[in-house]
Design a protein around this ligand. Structure first.
Ligand code: FES
Length: 65
């Protein structure tokens, strides 16, 4: 599923970027080697970052393996 239609950034791209340490939409764009165009995806990107980061972090705040 595309999160950013303008730049073709998918949910999997976001997941990989988060696994590499991305914490903001700007970091995801940088990780993908792209720059935002219209910016309409920013809040959607933030939601995906939060969802993937939440999946990596256990309730105790320790990174899950
Ligand atoms: S949808 Fe991401 S920059 Fe336009």
């Amino acid at each position: 599923m595309y999160v950013c239609v303008c730049r073709g950034i998918s949910d999997n791209h976001v997941k990989e970027a988060v696994n590499d340490g991305a914490q903001t939409p700007k970091c995801v764009f940088r990780s993908c080697g792209k720059k935002p165009k219209c910016g309409k995806c920013i809040s959607h990107l933030s939601d995906h970052i939060e969802a993937h980061a939440g999946a990596r972090i256990s309730p105790m705040g320790v990174a899950a393996e």
